[in-house]
Design a protein around this ligand. Structure first.
Ligand SMILES: [Zn+2]
Length: 287
């Protein structure tokens, strides 16, 4: 018994009895068919457990916002390496560059079962609490607040930085500073604008898909009725994952395979042979 919007549910009741003192669980569109000794009978609902609270909605429990510099700083893993940007749960650190992550939904629901009556033992989602709170972000290594490194005393970049600063200083600079203060002739500015625009597109694309009624997670959970708690949890998790997959696919709609190349100064902390060096590099965005 998974999603049962319009299918009557046969529930076990005491053979021959026509009424019970307990409540009946009823989801949106669901009715209980009580099996008595002489045959199936549609039993009048005299006490209800509203499985889905009609005043609540997944859609109204969402919050979308674009991040500003520094919003996801504690998520160091994706900020140090990885790609141009990311879309992630505002409150979480499970990030995956330029993708939504499963943790974008804070898993949360309460499983409950009818204790008495003809629906005794049927499990349903009584309290959905999960929400989606999405931020888009450009990788910190490209931002003005990005990590700084010492500018080596070798031309041409040292000369450019020295001219921009005091002649005898050995400045600490980041990718943003090198390309905007020391050498503003690079393509960094266009790249940076592109990156923010691209990450914002992810939010714009996922928003209508996450909020349409077919992806209203609260309402979908309200349709679930199972005979065990484990089965209910599995069904709720599956529905959540299915909706997440749809939202993620929509969010990635701007990945059209059109790569672009940008030439600017880039600090290479890992890759050989230019480890720990500034190089005038071609950075490719593979979108
Ligand atoms: Zn992207």
């Amino acid at each position: 018994m998974a999603s049962v919007p319009d299918i009557p549910q046969s529930v076990p009741g005491p053979s021959g009895a026509l009424s019970w003192g307990g409540k009946m669980a009823r989801t949106s569109g669901m009715q209980a068919t009580v099996v008595v000794s002489e045959g199936p009978t549609t039993h009048t609902v005299f006490g209800e457990i509203f499985v889905g609270d009609p005043t609540r909605s997944w859609s109204t429990n969402q919050s979308f916002s674009a991040g500003g510099p520094g919003v996801l700083d504690n998520c160091a893993g994706g900020s140090v390496g990885g790609g141009v940007g990311l879309v992630a749960d505002k409150d979480g650190c499970s990030i995956d560059n330029t993708r939504l992550v499963d943790d974008a939904y804070n898993q949360g629901w309460t499983a409950a079962a009818a204790a008495t009556g003809p629906n005794a033992g049927l499990w349903y989602v009584s309290n959905p609490t999960t929400k989606m709170n999405i931020r888009s972000q450009v990788n910190k290594k490209y931002r003005p607040d990005g990590w700084k490194n010492t500018v080596p005393a070798v031309p041409p970049i040292s000369g450019a930085c020295a001219a921009a600063y005091s002649p005898n200083a050995v400045p600490q600079m980041n990718n943003y500073g090198i390309n905007t203060i020391c050498d503003a002739t690079t393509q960094f500015g266009a790249f940076y604008s592109y990156a923010w625009s691209h990450e914002a597109q992810h939010i714009s694309l996922l928003q209508p898909v996450a909020t349409n009624s077919a992806h209203d997670l609260y309402k979908e959970w309200g349709k679930l009725v199972e005979t065990t708690e484990g089965a209910l949890d599995a069904a709720a998790e599956t529905r959540k994952d299915d909706i997440l997959a749809d939202v993620r696919a929509a969010a990635l709609g701007n990945h059209n395979g059109n790569s672009q190349n940008w030439l600017f100064w880039y600090y290479t902390p890992f890759a050989l042979p230019t480890v720990n060096q500034w190089t005038l590099s071609t950075v490719t965005t593979p979108h």
